[in-house]
Design a protein around this ligand. Sequence first.
Ligand code: GUN
Length: 375
Amino acid sequence: MTFELQHTDDASDARAGVITTDHGQILTPIFMPVGTEGAVKAVHFDELREEIKAQIILGNTYHLYLRPGLDVLRAAGGLHGFNGWERPILTDSGGFQVFSLTGIRKLSEEGCEFRSHIDGSKHFFTPENVMDTERIIGADIMMALDECPPGLSDYTYAKNSLAMTQRWLDRCIKRFDATEPLYGYRQSLFPIVQGCTYKDLRVEAAKFVADKGADGNAIGGLAVGEPTEVMYEMIEVVNAILPKDKPRYLMGVGTPQNILEAIERGVDMFDCVMPTRNGRNAMLFTYEGTMNMRNKKWETDFSPLDEGGCHIDRVTTKAYLHHLFKAKELLAMQIASIHNLAFYLRLVTDARQHIIAGDFTKWKASVIDQLGRRR
Ligand code: GUN
């Protein structure tokens, strides 16, 4: 994988670049739709390609390891072979999901023990077996196994947790370097900066990660309950240290406003369940603000969902989508998910064009307040 920085904004740290993988190019800044179980919920790949113009999607090691399982994935030639998505894939390492999804878990230096949320069976993740699993899934970008400590952890917890995440990173790198891709195309390993909301820990974590010389670097442990301003401050602290010539991925963030603020601070890659999860819950994101499609005000509004949006946005009326949600039609969730993902991709594409044109900060200032409005 390579990263070419094409433009850096004069007035901010925003950048436009291009990541090249063996499954194709990714223009940055980029938003990556979340496809936890090998599918983006309620959205077919044809729509992801044509309507949404997704360039890369996520998969999750925890979920894919449990189901369909490694035997099926290996036999299929990896996740690309299994689900038919031929563009790049990134897999999260599973640690975050183990902590957020499984009630019973034991964390130790060796790794983390957890019970499957599907059938209660016991499993153990280590840095080594997670690397092996991500090799089998075959993502273009593999994430290191980390601990994402609970939001607002105390300093001692955060410091000890970070130290373990760093030892786990060294073990991940060792295993990654000792193994080969299984399907004939290259894979990259991204380390993750942790350190909660403590500046000194974030600085140490960023230096530790920067020293590894990875193809790209991630910032984790944010948007877990801390104030938004603190999140922005942590991004600034970390990005002042992470190498400029490698892509920077902010994990699990966020609202359209969060994404523009992070782009301004030098982040290149994003993922979040918000466009799909909120979409399934009738909330649409637009440049003019958010809309609750269950609201009676849309009952007789026969204007298109979003004039400037994707094809489905232009041929679907607000009144019709309102009706679909009221009638609990599955198509409601499908249309809302497509709209929101297409909007997120449009947002980062617009950001990229304004970075290249040299007026990113002016453009951002002109749209940011509207994005948060309730329509
Ligand atoms: N997704 C959102 N935040 C995180 C994090 O801190 N670590 C991992 N592995 N995934 C995440």
